[in-house]
Design a protein around this ligand. Structure first.
Ligand SMILES: [Zn+2]
Length: 689
């Protein structure tokens, strides 16, 4: 590692008695930097080194201490005397050189150039360089002063913690693995600084993120986290020196009590479902994580940002199947059940549509409860069986009339009031009696008969029965609806059970179908909505929502990582890309950076219907693929997956907070000029990312 200044060669007329002094702190990134051992003490460089005939133009770089990777350098340069017109400023370049070793073992040299300017007898000591020792970005850095202000009062926000971070795209030809970031803070004037130094040298040609948080004792008076993304370019280097730094737009922090969203409307769309209608995409573990996050987003919007509950819309993603009690652990149970039974959601009634119709079978479907992790079948009590008849008096009367019709010619009938649950025969029965008295007073004795039903008989379903269906569906979902390979399923199931999946899923199934739910919820069958009904619902919300959010967790490989916002492969609207860029600044669930640059087109072999042009709200629509759930758990435990971390309460809260911070910025106070901050210019027309 070494530093060098390229000095203009002294001119004959230059007096050399005058010097300017630079005092600079350098922070190196966490790359695997090559360090050398010095064999001789290094003479300190001072102003005296510019005495006539002495030209020292380089010096070694020493870390103050290894853990900080911080270097303090101080040197003098010869400045022409003030008396000499036009030549009274030193202008030059500070060049830092260092090498790092790539994972492949290859050593890569990284040179940093930054422009300096100083006059005689001046001292420049406000300087801080974040030296990213990596082959991307290019070697030129520019000087920047960035200020944090209150969005409403425009007063400085002091004591904010600001993380400056090179956007991590997780591409090998970009930035992967290490987080190249530096912890900064704002000073009294609101300037982002390190050790009080506010003139920052940062790399050009790559997005740089500044994430600000303000510690606060009062939630109401506190600030929401704010993220700012900048990209410096070659154009910014013109005239850029430490005494003429760039001054980007201020980072505008908002006090929480100024972030009311009272009249705003939101649609939340957790991906997948409980008994998901699109059977090929069943991943209940993903739904669980996504719905937990969405719940928390709704909570924050309501309690902190004043959004009325009725302004938060949900696609119906928790559904139920007509699963037979003995099939609760059978993969195809919802489809088998749909062959045999038909449920009318809006009228809340059920019939047997195929196979041998018996009230016994129907009652088992509607009344059987389960227990334990094995979903053991519990016996159904006689009172519950009787209740099915009690709430269906009209249907029972219709069936009785039909039986009487059939019995009429043989002078028999259903004994009035005799339809009942019979414990002895374990069946629904009625008493068949004769309607005539035979000669000699011989009346045939009454007979107990099974109570027959047909495929045309509809039966009412009460709350408790619906709860039974919902509970069985939640249990089936835990047993049979988890995606991924066997090891992952086992691990995810344990994590879901620990987090209370069955209770949660059952509650959601019922919540979507409670009184007062949107009429649309009672369409499209009992299962969780697939993409088509979701899109119909989204397109139909009137007036339109301000934002539509689909939330998924990603999957696809042990080594995969990063947050990504998906857009359509064909012509994503520019406003959708703009919206995604706002979220890119905030959402980083596990601190692992971005996947494929953060905003990416859907995979060609895995298109998402929700992103298609059939979604008429794409300008206000964001599709989150939060972290990879099937990658290894950060603890590295055997058989442990990241999924377990993603559904932890603290992580769910954090993801929701990040998304809500993005929501607030996107609706209330978008960072100006974000269009100019691009990544690889592959998305948008003109390129926006
Ligand atoms: Zn998904």
């Amino acid at each position: 590692m070494e530093a060098a200044t390229t000095l203009r060669p002294p001119l004959a007329e230059d007096p050399v008695a005058s010097v300017g002094v630079f005092d600079i702190v350098i922070q190196m990134s966490q790359d695997n930097i090559v360090t050398k051992t010095e064999t001789a003490p290094t003479p300190p460089l001072t102003g005296r080194t510019t005495q006539a005939g002495t030209t020292v133009t380089s010096m070694p770089l020493h870390w103050d201490d290894t853990s900080s990777r911080r270097i303090h350098i101080c040197f003098a340069v010869a400045t022409p005397d003030e008396g000499v017109p036009k030549h009274n400023q030193f202008e030059g370049t500070l060049r830092l050189k260092a090498s790092y070793v790539k994972a492949s073992g290859q050593t890569v040299h990284c040179v940093l150039d930054v422009a300096l300017r100083i006059g005689p007898r001046q001292r420049s000591e406000d300087l801080f360089i974040f030296y990213v020792v990596h082959h991307v970005p290019p070697q030129r850095y520019c000087w920047v002063k960035l200020r944090a202000v209150d969005a409403n009062t425009t007063k400085a926000v002091a004591s904010a913690n600001v993380k400056a971070e090179v956007l991590r795209d997780n591409f090998n030809n970009g930035f992967t693995n290490i987080n190249r970031q530096v912890a900064l803070e704002t000073n009294k004037e609101g300037y982002v600084s390190c050790e009080g130094r506010t003139t920052l040298a940062l790399p050009i040609d790559w997005p740089i993120l500044f994430r600000a948080t303000v510690p606060s004792h009062s939630a109401a008076m506190g600030y929401l986290p704010r993220a700012h993304m900048l990209r410096f370019t070659k154009d910014h280097l013109k005239g850029n020196t430490q005494d003429a730094p760039l001054r980007p737009d201020n980072m505008q922090l908002q006090r929480i009590n100024t972030t009311q969203l009272t009249n705003r409307r939101f649609l939340l769309d957790p991906g997948h479902g409980v008994v998901y209608g699109l059977a090929a995409a069943r991943r209940s573990q993903e739904w669980f994580g996504a719905h937990l996050v969405a719940d928390r987003i709704a909570h924050l919007l309501q309690t902190r940002h004043g959004v009325p509950q009725e302004n938060i819309f949900w696609t119906r993603t928790a559904g139920f199947g007509l699963i037979e009690p003995g099939s609760v652990n059978a993969a195809a149970a919802p489809e088998t059940g749909a062959q045999r039974y038909e449920y009318n959601l809006s009228q809340r009634r059920i019939r047997i549509r195929n196979g041998n119709p018996t009230l016994l079978a129907l009652s088992a479907l509607l009344l059987t409860r389960h227990s334990g992790d094995t979903n053991a079948v519990l016996p159904v009590g006689a009172e519950d069986r009787a209740r099915l008849l009690q709430i269906n008096t009209a249907t029972v009367n219709t069936i009785t009339a039909r039986i009487n019709q059939q019995l009429q010619s043989s002078h028999r009938r259903v004994q009035p009031g005799s339809v009942r649950w019979d414990v002895t025969t374990n069946n629904y029965v009625y008493t068949r009696e004769s309607t005539q008295t035979l000669p000699g007073g011989n009346t045939p004795p009454p007979q107990v008969q099974a109570f027959p039903i047909t495929t045309q008989d509809w039966f009412e379903v009460d709350d408790a029965m619906l709860e039974v269906l919902a509970d069985r569906s939640a249990r089936w979902s835990l047993a049979c609806e988890i995606g991924g390979d066997g090891n992952f399923q086992t691990s995810a199931r344990t994590a879901m059970r620990t987090r209370g999946f069955v209770d949660y899923a059952r509650t959601k199934v019922l919540r979507y179908l409670q009184q007062g739910s949107p009429q649309a919820y009672f369409n499209h069958g009992t299962k969780a909505w697939g993409p088509t009904p979701r899109l119909a619902y989204i397109n139909g919300i009137d007036p339109e929502c301000d934002l539509y959010l689909s939330i998924h967790l990603n999957a696809g490989g042990a080594a995969a990582k990063g947050q990504v916002l998906l857009v359509s492969r064909t012509d994503p609207p520019n406003d959708q890309i703009r919206l995604a860029k706002v979220f890119v600044k905030y959402v980083d669930p596990c601190g692992l950076g971005l996947r494929q640059g953060g905003v990416a087109a859907e995979e060609p072999n895995n298109p998402a219907a929700m992103l298609s042009a059939q979604n008429q709200r794409r300008e206000k629509y964001t599709y989150f693929e939060l972290e990879f759930m099937d990658a290894a758990h950060s603890s590295g435990g055997q058989g442990q997956y990241r999924y377990g971390e993603l559904i932890e309460e603290s992580r769910v809260d954090e993801m929701a907070e990040q998304i809500v911070a993005g929501i607030v910025e996107s609706l209330l106070n978008r960072q100006p000029n974000l269009d100019a901050v691009t990544y690889r210019s592959t998305l948008g027309d003109p390129p926006l990312w």
